[in-house]
Design a protein. Sequence first.
Length: 99
Amino acid sequence: GQLQSLKVLDLNRNQLTELPTALCSLAALEKLYVGNNEVTCLPAALGQLQSLKVLDLNRNQLTELPTALCSLAALEKLYVGNNEVTCLPAALGQLQSLK
């Protein structure tokens, strides 16, 4: 792929309803901003982003978070405010880097 060294991707305010699975192959990605969209679900492959430190999902239409997020060992910050999420995956609490 062309964007293998990409570290930051800002998709805020794009009226997205879903994230392309291809995005999950960006191995070097550290910060992903997807706020202020209309995303209703996340691809399970999101768990492949092992370098991801910041995931901003604020202001979307999410009702749940995939358990795949629990495999993001480098994740330090997770923003899910202003969604319809009613519960978090239990294993999320095991992420040591999460602040």
